[in-house]
Write a protein that binds this ligand. Sequence first.
Ligand code: PEP
Ligand code: MN
Length: 339
Amino acid sequence: MIVAMQESATEEQIQRIIEHLIRMGFSVHRSTGARQTVVAAVGARIDFDIRNLEVLPGVQEVHRISAPYKLAGRSFRPQGTQIRFGNGVNIGGQEVLVMAGPCSVESREQLFNAAEQVAKAGARALRGGAFKPRTSPYSFQGLGVEALKLLREAGDRFGLLVISEVMEIAQIASMLPYVDIFQVGARNMQNFNLLRELGKIKKPVMLKRGIAATYEELLLSAEYIMSGGNYEVILCERGIRTFETYTRNTLDVAAIPILHKLSHLPVAADPSHGTGLRDKVPPMARASVAAGADALIIEVHPDPDKALSDGAQSLYPQQFSALMDQLRIIAPAVGRTIA
Ligand code: PEP
Ligand code: MN
């Protein structure tokens, strides 16, 4: 950490900062120039808040050099993290994993139809919400455990991994037998109690970025899961809230290369929630693969116009299949293949 003192800072104020840093456990290196003094603090502490220094008299600015997260940071595993699944599928390697399926599991017929078509088009994982976080309490809330059973059965039938959202701690145990990947939704990115519990399980967790979360906040949430011992975390950019109203959310494509720089964890993109508009999903899926995404999660419904949730952003199966053909052309341009 670097503390730049104001030109007008007194020797007393500088000493106060130095003592404060020493008390916090840092070793301190002072550099006094012609006009200004700069204090460099080196040490193992990760849990300090730079604002505690910024507010002290005589301080001009404080810069943090080391990241506030350890396990999620790139330097923890510079070569990157790969998550391998039993069926040979791998996230974070050369292949790009495509996860697809309906927003919500609505019926056996709907799910099996979706699963068959996404598998035929080349998806390797089936998505489907069993517990749905809906903005309105009057909207469809999901079929719960019944949906999980259908997901497992459809996943096994068509050779697909299963990913579904967990909304609360009490659901973890009931989901464990059925899902391969736990999804933490945008609304729960900072549900720290839930994250801690997911740190204790032995299945991968896909952590979606909150609608107004910074990269640092996303990585600190990943750190909650990892600090419990579960290192299999996938970060997911799913669009953030901006001033733009044309789209449902603004897919921050830059998050993909930036998270790769900051972290060793695989990065997924969700162009469905990231745009909210069916015809904007394929271009943003293509852009995400071009930007280096390790995985995509895409909503596909056999009859989107009748969907109980997120119909407007759900692809028709033929659209998904055409998108997969395009992705197979784009991926090699960036040194990847579609799983
Ligand atoms: C979903 O995947 O259907 C979902 C609710 O996602 P998010 O948490 O990104 O809104
Ligand atoms: Mn959805």
